[in-house]
Design a protein around this ligand. Structure first.
Ligand code: ATP
Length: 220
């Protein structure tokens, strides 16, 4: 994983447009190390865009994003990849075994993969399969539920063990039992990590230390 602790994240006068449409309008936000911050707001208000700017999907924003005082635009992309885990509603998978789909090329022992899957509440399901962690995912793809894919994505994030976790509606496909289990695990294993959670579910936002609301591209 990433070496060292993550510092403070500062968004200063952050604005972003697609063509002429203003999506984010002068966001000022300070996120302290180790904080779980919730972002709520209506559909289309700019929540996902904010996460994408933190991952430098777009370089055309104005204003600044500073991490530990360093402008995000000066970070190398391999350092950013180590810094951030991103869990979205859409989980990308490869036609390979379950274990390789969780490792995604990372160096990790079987034990570490299993620990990550236990945290994501996915381990029991995997060992119930005849070939367990060696099951080819292609043969399962049709039969994996949205919730199982989401837990796979969370297992990747737990294994990646990066100091900043961005979660975009990570529980949208989970039933309330799995939602509660996964959120508890996130909270119990936060271990100094900074977590930014986009959600419209009050039950998910409950784990946050602080919640901000984005409305028409502005904090409200
Ligand atoms: P939701 O809760 O529905 O996921 P959101 O708050 O995450 O919404 P964003 O995905 O950030 O909202 O989108 C903000 C606005 O930007 C929306 O009006 C959306 O239509 C627009 N938008 C998003 N991606 C693009 C794109 N690639 N090109 C043009 N407009 C886009």
């Amino acid at each position: 994983g990433y070496q060292g602790d993550l510092g403070i994240i500062e968004l200063k006068n952050l604005s972003f447009k697609y063509e002429e449409e203003i999506i984010l309008d002068n966001i000022d936000l300070v996120i302290r190390p180790g904080e779980i911050i919730g972002i709520e707001g209506r559909s289309g208000s700019g929540k996902t865009t904010l996460l994408k700017l933190l991952m430098r999907f777009y370089d055309s924003s104005s204003g600044e994003i500073l991490i530990d005082g360093h402008n995000l635009k000066s970070w190398q992309s391999d350092s950013l990849a180590k810094l951030i885990s991103y869990v979205t509603q859409d989980t990308y998978i490869f036609n390979d075994t379950i274990i390789n789909n969780i490792k995604l090329g990372m160096e990790a022992s079987d034990k570490e993969v299993m620990e990550a899957c236990k945290k994501a509440n996915l381990h029991e399901f995997i060992i119930s399969l005849k070939e367990g962690y060696e099951t080819m995912i292609g043969s399962l793809y049709q039969s994996l539920s949205g919730g199982q894919l989401q837990r796979l994505s969370l297992a990747r994030a737990f294994l990646h063990d990066s100091p900043l976790i961005l979660l975009d509606e990570p529980t949208s496909n989970l039933d309330s039992l799995n939602e509660a289990l996964v959120l508890k695990t996130l909270k119990d294993n936060r271990d100094g990590k900074t977590i930014i959670l986009v959600s419209h579910r009050p039950s998910s936002l409950k784990i946050c230390d602080r919640i901000i609301r984005i409305e028409q591209g502005r904090q409200s």
